[in-house]
Design a protein around this ligand. Sequence first.
Ligand code: ADP
Length: 484
Amino acid sequence: MKIAFISAEVAPFSKTGGLGDVSSAFPKAMQGLKHRILIISPLYKMIDAKKFRLQIVKKNLTVTIGEKTELFDLYVSFIPHSKVPIYFIKNSYLYRDGIYGDETGEDYPDSAYRFITFSKAVFEALKWLKFSPDIIHVNDWHTGLLPFYLKTEYREIDLFRKTKSVFTIHNIGYQGIYPLEDIVDAQIPEIYFSEELLGFYDQVNFMKAAVVYADAVTTVSSKYSEEIQTKEFGYGLEEYIKERKEDLFGIVHGIDLTVWNPKNDKLLVKKYDSKNLDKKAENKSYLQEKLNLNLSKEPVLGIISRLATQKGLDLILEKFDDMMNLKIQIILLGTGDPKLEKKFKEKEEKYPEDCSINIMFDNVLAHQIEAASDMFLMPSAYEPCGLNQMYSMLYGAVPIVRNTGGLSDTVEDYDNETGDGSGFVFESMDADEFFKAVERAVKLYKEEPEKWTQLQRRIMDKDFSWKNAAKRWEQVYQYALNKK
Ligand code: ADP
């Protein structure tokens, strides 16, 4: 198959979270199955053109947005350690330093226009490349208008006549909802703004556009595909999702083992695997020293997260003192909501020798925390797929998670009788329930070290490769191709 994979963020070029990781790992996996796949993404200014050896393909291509014309340049590079080409749309006026907003955390006010232009630039780039995709695979709201354009403005173009679109929902909490004035430049005929099509309470909703227009809709775990059909998790889109139930698939991501694997992770001071956990301990003491923590043998609990309500961080804050009373250490890495940042910083002041709060985005530290941690906290209110719990398992940091979305698909509660399970799971968004799971984990670590080590070894040897997921993806693509 010929596939065009379109995403607003692609690691290591640009990344705010899991979408970035998946947008490079997934195309690599599909290329591994001998499909011809290319990626298209915006060229943000923070992308280091020299380091990534970007080559110019074509200058001054144009996109027409109603009566306006935007110019862009097309660049190409490759996903590291692969032959997957990634094409970049360069327009420095629209694609600035940040992906969605500036460093203050404020979203750019013109993102509707930025991503409309990007969506149409994708078609223009494919035209220039003479690439006729069987599948255009788009991700989250930023690229949500592509399936709409494919079925309207670009339908009659030979190159796209047979093309089908697949839309993946990575997080339904972010839909791209804008007042109609924000997309007025696109001059989309009014008939498209009915509630069945693009309209959403007199506004336009990019994610909904894709849910309506894509030939197949997917999300990133089986449990989440059920959850988003309910009021609690659907964020107002549940009815539209239900209408696409027949065309909806839930597939958990794999892990890019060239990037996240303690056996060959160059960002660690000591590489290790399940047979030499003493080397994992060296990573722990290294990080304790680097972050000025006590060189203690007590369990280290890691957190690497966008600081957003979604991630259940209030539960952690509520039980912070109780957790510290269990004689543990906490290392957090994250950015986001300033109120959460401040509350965590206050905890660091209270426990300077056993708690390290790092408010920054730092990929090296992320890898080192996975390697140093004995446990990993992810008490998410909702979690479409979640990668960190899988990274944690591979790095021998036992995940403590809530039973939701992808966490539910990937972590099984530990049973002290049988020794089965892969982490500690709790049910509801309740601080006491969360704390009980932490207590169970800490107790096992401290009182039954042999059982703990067995658990650690087992989760490290789990198969999180893309093998199975990629095969299922082929079936989804085939399904979309067969659609009328
Ligand atoms: P989400 O996509 O909801 O943010 P995931 O668990 O799927 O959550 O993926 C998070 C990804 O982002 C992981 O690769 C994680 O290491 C990374 N990440 C999150 N916050 C930071 C940070 N502050 N610094 C470095 N990496 C981070």
